[in-house]
Design a protein around this ligand. Structure first.
Ligand code: PLP
Length: 396
């Protein structure tokens, strides 16, 4: 018999797999253009042309043996230095290559960081609704996930509940802003309050509680919304960044971890995370793509296109009478379902609309609508949403 942990995961996977299969079935029956699939967080905007140009240039100009070789587990020093300088320019930080470890996307970075921090039984606090993989990642290292509900107005963390949830077993708090699934961006005052809470708790318990800042959506913020850089507020922050969304490179598996020099046990963390990169089997982040992101360090995806989708969908769904908290970042809209969220997703399917029920993010009563689709898909979907609103008796 295979691993019991994996048997459980196979069983839990069935909701998402069923939705994926349903999308394909509908596409076959009605044609892809008549199916409004808002279920996946896959970027809909191609990478900037400079990405492919960089790949071609690097392949043409680098010596092949060197280009494809192993390297330091932390990644190329020159690439890490380029990233450090770019962060310093943007955020007024003082990082060097010694603060950066290249990772296989944010998922790889989170696993490396959790492997580095956790002993069995250590608690990791997450703010619900949350990216459900956190539970799997924490479980990989026999940690315990503790979910604390965000407030239901703008989905910022609720400090009093956080305060009650943090115990002497708490090793880390994972935050994700801009947020999947709510689209919330944590304000500066939220970050300040959280930093104070964790500083106080760390002092009381006599051991550091780390913030693990999961940042695949850092660049996707709208209406001039600031996304505070967490290490500036809380020294025990480990950042897991990714280019999956900011350069539309999710299949290439590239990101980095920031370990600030001021963090408690900085040297231990840096060394352990470099080793974890190896022992978890990543060995190092992809050689070619490391060089590519360094060359494209000032590039980013076409955020205006996501913003256009956001406004189009948000305004129209609001006009139809749906209750939604205005998303400020990422590419998700978080809709309060008029009744049960699974029933809502089922009703939406009748009109070929695919959304993810909030319970898949441990938050029943909501649905996530991923607007990383073409503008035309949104335009074509609006009559279908209207029919859905009518069927459910949503009040205008
Ligand atoms: N964290 C969150 C909140 C995500 O939404 C995702 C992907 O959708 C990830 C992490 C994983 O991103 P990556 O592709 O960089 O591993």
């Amino acid at each position: 018999m295979i691993s019991q942990k994996m048997i459980k995961l196979i069983n839990n996977n069935s909701v998402i797999r069923a939705m994926f299969e349903e999308g394909n079935r509908l596409a076959k029956e009605f044609g892809r253009e008549n199916v409004f699939d808002f279920s996946l967080g896959n970027p809909s905007i191609p990478s900037p042309p400079s990405v492919n140009e960089a790949i071609i240039d690097i392949v043409k100009t680098e010596e092949p043996l060197a280009l494809h070789s192993y390297m330091n587990n932390a990644g190329y020093p020159a690439v890490r230095e380029t990233i450090a300088k770019s962060l310093n320019k943007k955020h007024g930080t003082a990082f060097t290559e010694s603060n950066i470890i290249m990772s296989s996307g944010a998922a790889g970075g989170l696993n490396v960081v959790l492997k580095t921090l956790l002993n069995p039984g250590d608690e990791v606090v997450v703010i619900s609704p949350y990216f459900v993989e956190y539970g799997n990642y924490v479980g990989n290292y026999d940690g315990e996930l503790v979910a604390v509900p965000a407030n239901r107005v703008d989905f910022q963390p609720h400090m009093e509940t956080m305060c009650q949830a943090i115990t002497k077993k708490t090793k880390a708090v994972i935050i994700n802003s801009p947020n999947n699934p709510t689209g919330a961006v944590y304000s500066e005052s939220t970050i300040k309050e959280l930093s104070k809470l964790l500083t106080d708790k760390s002092n009381v318990y006599g051991s550091p509680i780390y913030i693990v800042s999961d940042e695949p959506y850092r660049e996707l913020a709208y209406d001039g919304t600031e996304v505070p850089y967490i290490t500036k507020y809380y020294k025990n922050t480990l950042v897991c960044y990714s280019w999956s969304k900011s350069l539309s490179l999710p299949g290439q598996r590239i990101g980095y971890i920031v370990v600030p020099s001021e963090a408690d046990d900085y040297e231990l963390i840096f060394d352990a995370a470099s080793i974890a990169t190896r022992t978890l089997g990543f060995v190092n982040a992809s050689a070619l793509i490391q060089r590519v992101v360094a060359k494209c360090i000032d590039e980013q995806t076409n955020i205006e296109a996501y913003d256009t989708n956001r406004k189009l969908l948000y305004n129209n769904l609001k006009d139809l009478g749906f209750e939604i908290s205005e998303p400020k970042g990422a590419f998700y809209l978080w809709l309060k379902t008029p009744g049960d969220d699974k029933d809502f997703a089922k009703a939406a399917l009748k009109y070929n609309i695919l959304v993810v029920p909030g319970s898949a993010f441990t938050c029943a009563g909501y649905a996530r609508i991923a607007y990383c689709v073409s503008k035309q898909t949104i335009e074509n979907s609006l009559p279908a949403f209207e029919k859905l609103a009518n069927e459910l008796g949503v009040k205008k």
